[in-house]
Design a protein around this ligand. Structure first.
Ligand SMILES: [Mn+2]
Length: 430
């Protein structure tokens, strides 16, 4: 049984209006690619096979630590969040899974939730634990840390929460848990660097031991915030050392916004894969110290270079390449659905451009130390407008040719504003 939120007839009518222009653009791009020895149909097939998960929390308006400005009709519970994620998936067809966050998405029947998602055309991706804020029901505070806290009772509570997330994830059909902690310090001398990492490793081992055989534990690092002097798992170095100590099922998750501003993230991708520790991505963008802007909105070239390394990694060791892709953004001033539509297209577009790199020319130039031609191999692909490939793949999969235009035609948000209870503006970052 399906319970899709948008009308298939409305999608068909929208596509009918745009089809001739799309066919014209697609044929033109196809001729250009043919001159380069690339079959556009094979690229379109790769695009059709690509997917990225949506974060349940991304469907609500986010906020900064200063304020949140809710919009009428935004979702306020997991059921409404799933509904909005289903809208995105119905339009773009590249976001078939959602990544839930606990305890934000807590409910009393996870088998029913799985069925509910299935009827909406969705499955579940990695579950995310949360020990970076206190919940009204918990016995101990995370004010001074969670998995790394000096107090053993706090650490057990944080471990226990992660074990519950694994249990819930099993009911939902997830295969991974993403662990990010905000633990760290705000003053020199506040924390013993060595002891806090030891406590992290001991807590993480307890979680690791509870993983089902076919699960992965994704360790997410972040340079700073909420801790502003030191963070326990601050960078990919700390992350890979922890993942190596934990074992084969522990891998590193790269959040694009969680690095120092000048760090070469694409190189980190290559390094992690070299050592079998490339677990997944949180896609977003960043300008200053922020980490929640829409994917590709600030530095689309970096996104392209990341995908270029991902494709190199996949070609090098295809059997050892299973990165979990997920959007992780906070939408402060846009309709979250529109941001997710735009981001899904930016991510798929960067992937498509990376597929169009002439790998033979690139590798030959690298081997010959022909610097300019190596750079040009990337540049020729990056310059291309791949939107006809994305639109054609989307339409053939049942989605809409012009995602945001179509979304506005549906008046989804206006309709939900009549039905849903108002969200509160109290929360800061979510
Ligand atoms: Mn993240």
């Amino acid at each position: 049984m399906t319970d899709l939120p948008l009308s298939l007839d409305q999608i068909a009518a929208h596509n009918e209006r745009h089809l001739l222009a799309l066919e014209d653009d697609y044929a033109s791009l196809g001729r250009l690619l043919e001159r380069r020895g690339i079959a556009i149909e094979s690229v379109k097939q790769r695009v059709a096979d690509f997917s990225v998960a949506l974060p349940t929390w991304g469907s609500g308006t986010g906020g900064t630590r200063f304020a949140k400005f809710p919009i009428p009709g935004e979702p306020t519970n997991i059921h409404e969040k799933l509904e909005d994620c289903a809208v995105v998936q119905q339009i773009v067809r590249t976001t078939p899974r959602v990544s839930p966050h606990f305890p934000w998405d807590i409910t009393d029947d996870y088998d029913a939730l799985r069925e509910e998602a299935k009827a909406l055309g969705l499955g579940f991706d990695a579950v995310n634990s949360n020990t970076f804020q206190d919940q009204p029901t918990q016995a101990h505070s995370y004010r001074h840390g969670s998995l790394t806290a000096a107090d053993p009772a706090v650490r057990s509570q944080a471990v226990e929460h992660n074990l519950q997330c694994i249990e819930v994830g099993q009911a939902l059909g997830s295969k991974a848990i993403t662990v990010w902690i905000g633990d760290g310090s705000n003053f020199p001398g506040q924390q013993d660097f060595a002891a806090s990492l030891d406590r992290y490793l001991a807590s993480a081992e307890e979680i690791y031991r509870a993983l089902p055989d076919d699960w992965r534990m994704l360790l997410e690092h972040k340079l700073y915030e909420p801790a502003f002097y030191s963070t326990v798992i601050s960078d990919w170095g700390s992350s890979i050392l922890a993942a190596q100590q934990l074992g084969a099922k522990a891998q590193c998750l790269v959040d694009l916004g969680h690095h120092a501003p000048t760090v070469n993230i694409e190189q980190i991708v290559a390094r992690l894969h070299r050592f079998g520790k490339l677990g997944g991505f949180h896609f977003n963008d960043s300008k200053y110290g922020d980490d929640d802007l829409d994917s590709g909105s600030i530095n689309p070239h970096q996104l392209f270079l990341v995908f270029n390394e991902l494709i190199e990694a996949e070609r090098r060791r295809p059997d050892d390449f299973h990165p979990a892709y997920m959007i992780d953004q906070s939408h402060n001033v846009t309709d979250p659905i529109e941001s997710m539509l735009s981001s899904a297209e930016a991510i798929t577009g960067a992937y498509s451009k990376a597929l169009l790199v002439d790998r033979e020319a690139l590798h030959a130039a690298q081997d010959a130390n022909d610097v300019m031609m190596a750079f040009q191999a990337l540049r020729r692909a990056y310059r291309l407008d791949v939107s006809p490939i994305l639109a054609m793949a989307r339409m053939e999969a049942g989605g809409a040719i012009e995602p945001i235009e179509f979304y506005r035609e549906t008046q989804w948000r206006e309709r939900k504003a009549q039905e849903r209870k108002a969200a509160t503006g109290a929360a800061g970052i979510v």
